[in-house]
Design a protein around this ligand. Structure first.
Ligand code: LMR
Length: 334
């Protein structure tokens, strides 16, 4: 009887060891936007490709819309290993101590996606991702979102219109300087809280690419949306370095391949998603879209261009110069 029990016990142990060996590696991928956005869609695409290319050895669990963590918590969770993958906006690395990423927040630093890609798909972007390693984080890729609009319950046509308005921003000191340059009062706030803050009047206005504005229904609580294209918002896809380094090398290679495909996909859909969202905002009739005249554009640029010089110390003068060099931008000519 005793031997029988032992045999059964041994068989069960062997079985559970085998089952354990076959347990998939789980990647929790947390983000704060809706599924139906450039980042949301790219995260879902990555999940599908990663599971396909690793033949089920990896399972990716995507948690969208701040359902697992909000902005600040998700960074902490990644460092602690409670989640394995994130794609925070480039404007959210300052609190981590990697201020250089705020260069992407400078007003008018990129004319268009092509100029941006010279940085994000080139050597400067690559060397910036390396800065994360000292924080226990690996940067895998940049994913596009797009160029920002400004919104409020007041028509924002000239810099004077911003005076005294409380404007929600992401946690970037460059964005803080940008809003102050326009005469408004910036307020850093988690993305998950923006809709309610706009609805209740805790803040008066905000900025975001149309895809975020529309999917969070911000246009329903903002009467005016100015098509200013005054700055860019995009993402770094990041992983916990210890987790990544400990992966079997074949799995890591398969995940690298899945990430490459997801990045191509993200960058293909971003502009279309934003154009579609803008159309939907227009169609909703809930907010009025404002196009700036050339003179108004000029008037915005005047105070905003000064933010480059003002924040160059924080970002790093050499980095800023290397970005101008890549894109061919001459800030004096803006
Ligand atoms: C924001 O906080 O406005 C954005 O960074 C949200 C996002 O992830 O696109």
């Amino acid at each position: 009887m005793k031997i029988r029990t032992l045999v059964i016990g041994l068989a069960a142990a062997t079985f559970s060891l085998a089952a354990f060996a076959q347990q998939p590696i789980v990647i929790k991928f947390s983000h704060v936007v809706a599924n139906d956005t450039p980042k949301g869609k790219a995260a879902d695409f990555f999940k599908q490709k990663a599971e396909e290319l690793t033949k089920g050895k990896v399972k990716v669990e995507v948690y969208a819309n701040s359902t697992l963590y909000k902005d600040k918590e998700e960074m902490e969770a990644l460092q602690l290993g409670a989640v394995q993958m994130l794609a925070p906006s480039l404007a959210k690395f300052g609190p981590l101590g990697v201020k250089q990423f705020e260069v992407f927040d400078l007003p008018y630093i990129f004319d268009n996606y092509d100029a941006l890609h010279k940085v994000t798909l080139g050597p400067v972007g690559k060397s910036m991702l390396k800065l994360l390693e000292a924080k226990g984080i690996m940067g895998l890729a940049y994913w596009d979102n797009g160029f920002k609009v400004m919104s409020a319950n007041k028509a924002l046509k000239n810099p004077e219109d911003f005076r005294g308005l409380k404007m929600r921003i992401q946690s970037s000191n460059v964005l803080d300087a940008q809003m102050r340059a326009l005469g408004s009062l910036p307020q850093k706030m988690a993305f998950s809280e923006v809709y309610q803050a706009l609805q209740t009047g805790v803040v008066d206005g905000t900025e975001n690419p149309p895809s975020n504005l529309y999917t969070q229904k911000m246009h329903e609580v903002q009467k005016y949306v100015t098509l200013s294209d005054h700055g860019y918002l995009g993402y770094a896809v990041i992983v916990n370095k210890k987790f990544w380094d400990a992966l079997p090398s074949d799995v890591r290679q398969q995940l690298d391949a899945a990430m490459e495909q997801a990045t191509r996909y993200a960058n293909q859909i971003a502009k279309i998603e934003n154009d579609t969202a803008l159309e939907a905002v227009k169609k909703s009739g809930k907010s009025e879209l404002i196009t700036l005249t050339p003179d108004q554009k000029k008037a915005w640029k005047k105070p905003l261009v000064k933010v480059h010089e003002q924040m160059s110390e924080r970002i790093g003068k050499d980095l800023l110069q290397s970005i101008y060099k890549e894109t061919g931008l001459d800030p004096a000519k803006l």
